[in-house]
Design a binder for this molecule. Structure first.
Ligand code: MSP
Length: 519
């Protein structure tokens, strides 16, 4: 079996309800997954929940709930959220599942047997909020710690540590030699800078049960549970193992599907993550994989953070964007479109309700929606909805855009792909103005010319539906319906010019993005 294109997202902590940041990341991954499928690849798209650790335990206890019962309740909301966003994930991992826990424990056993761990007493500072050991370097000049660390306590305890020293050099070389391993480039430089300027501290991979019980038991010491990041990162291989992935199973000897029936997933093609968790993915995760004898993922794609109205989103101040409310009011495609069109993958972004409305109105309602509606309405009115003889006046431009968009999708340049499709619509709109079908329709001597124009427009509508499909799955399905075409516009190869057959009867045009009253 040939290897599938395997794409993952970060798995979210279940200590609250999903917000814009979570939604954005999942939509990025979904669009890449859909685009790859459209381009003919087998795809496996994984997302899910990170359910262990201090944050979740604290939130559950604050609500007088047992952590597992609390997670079960919230997991239902998060899974419903994934459907609300239109995600086409092939599996959904919860780190409390047996299939995940057993792989984490196997990985711990393996790494210990290979001599990667040792036990020692740690004396120093610890951030409860970030579940991280702090060093003198983390102190501010006045000796205190940055408030972002939350409550910092002094700690003296025995723990298991992962030796990282031997890994620093090869990792630095690997990142230098593989320019696409961490994208965008400035994030790669950030990791290289960190590796060049400091010596990696060994990573503590255990937490004593006496302090934190909500975790996966360390198989070789019942007094400890697994550090939440060692647990969470392993989801990227535990789920492939559960699907019988041969590479993972061969490396860790995990049980799974019968030999030969397994999916071929690992190594991941893309891990989509936010900038705040870069070190975990670009430093600790590759080292864990190397220690387990597994190949590294091909790419870590790092997105920026959203603010609202220029300020950090925060539940306490109420400065949040609730994706569910936006989707209920404007539709899921409008939400998917805005976040990807507004913010390229990399920099930070700023949500404003006005900005959202402006793009909706100019680019979806008056841009895409209006172009499709005008084109199909004219075909309906002037030719009873029957597609005329083929013509290729817009063929060159359209084909150029198709190739451009293909290359951009293959590079996960989603914003640029949207810009390219939008430019095609602008050109097609100009074509309508220039060729003036509404005037041609009044002159019977121009019937042939009108046929040509109508064919070019209908065919452009069809191709536009295919190009937009990964981004706007609902809307493009409706464009296909209005075009009277069966199936979904989910195959890129169909974007070749001239596939619309003369004599084909289209369906009924209807507005795709109704204009809303100004509030
Ligand atoms: N559980 C860890 C990830 C483990 S992955 C093996 C975690 N969870 S999280 O819920 O805090 O964040 C999940 C993802 O959402 C991260 O990639 C994070 O960067 C992203 N975002 C959280 N807030 C965000 C914004 N305001 N904007 C964009 N993305 C943000 O970290």
């Amino acid at each position: 079996m040939s290897k599938a294109f395997y794409i993952t997202t970060a798995i979210d902590y279940v200590n609250g309800q999903p917000h814009l940041g979570h939604a954005y990341e999942k939509i990025i991954a979904d669009v890449i997954a859909r685009a790859r499928r459209s381009l003919g690849q087998d795809v496996f798209f994984l997302t899910g929940l990170d359910e262990h650790g201090q944050k979740v335990q604290q939130t559950a206890l604050a609500q007088n709930k047992n952590p597992k019962a609390y997670c079960d309740e919230l997991a239902a909301d998060w899974m419903a959220f994934a459907r609300k966003l239109g995600l086409t994930n092939n599996d959904f991992v919860r780190t409390t599942e047996g299939r995940h826990q057993s792989v984490v424990q196997t990985c711990l056993e393996r790494a210990r047997a290979a001599g990667h761990f040792y036990k020692r007493t740690y004396t120093g500072f610890y951030s409860l909020k970030e579940e991280t050991f702090l060093t003198a370097k983390d102190r501010l000049p006045d000796g205190t710690f940055d408030p972002s660390w939350g409550e910092v306590i002094e700690l003296k305890e025995e723990d298991y540590f992962f030796r990282l020293g031997e890994h620093q050099q090869w990792l630095m070389d690997y990142i230098s030699q593989n320019p696409h391993f961490i994208m965008p480039e400035y994030r790669r430089n950030e990791v290289l800078g960190l590796l060049k300027s400091s010596v990696l501290e060994d990573l503590c991979i255990s937490r004593p049960v006496s302090r934190l019980s909500w975790g996966i038991p360390i198989p070789f010491d019942p007094e400890y549970v697994t550090y939440v990041w060692f647990d969470a990162l392993v989801n990227y291989i535990s789920i492939p193992a559960a699907h019988g992935d041969r590479t993972v199973r061969a490396a860790i000897g995990a049980n799974g599907a019968a030999p030969g029936s397994g999916a071929a997933l690992w190594p991941a093609d893309v891990h989509v993550i936010g900038k705040d968790i870069l070190k975990f993915h670009a430093v600790y995760w590759p080292i864990m994989l190397k220690a387990l004898g597994l190949p590294l993922p091909k790419q870590i794609l790092v997105h920026g953070w959203w603010q609202k109205d220029g300020q950090r989103m925060s539940k306490t101040t109420g400065n949040v964007v609730d994706p569910i409310a936006v989707i209920d009011e404007w539709g899921v495609d409008a939400f998917r479109y805005y976040v990807l069109r507004e913010l390229d993958i990399g920099p930070d972004g700023n949500w404003t309700d006005d900005g959202f409305r402006a793009r909706y109105s100019a680019e979806l309602a008056k841009g895409l929606g209006n172009f499709i509606n005008r084109s199909l309405t004219m075909l309906k009115r002037y030719r009873n909805g029957v597609v005329p003889a083929k013509s290729d006046e817009l063929s060159d431009q359209t084909t150029k855009t198709v190739e451009e968009v293909r290359a951009l999708l293959e590079n996960s340049q989603l914003q640029a792909a949207l810009v390219a499709i939008q430019a095609l619509i602008t050109r097609a709109d100009q074509y309508i103005e220039k060729s003036a079908p509404f005037k041609l329709a009044k002159d019977p001597a121009q019937a042939k010319r009108l046929d040509e124009v109508l064919y070019n427009l209908a065919e452009t509508c069809r191709v536009v539906a295919i190009l937009y499909h990964p981004f706007l799955p609902d809307t493009t399905g409706r464009i296909y319906e209005q075009l009277g075409l069966a199936g979904k516009p989910d195959r890129f190869s169909e974007a070749a010019w001239g596939k619309m057959e003369p004599g084909h009867q289209i369906g009924n045009p209807a507005p795709l993005f109704p204009l809303k009253e100004e509030k």
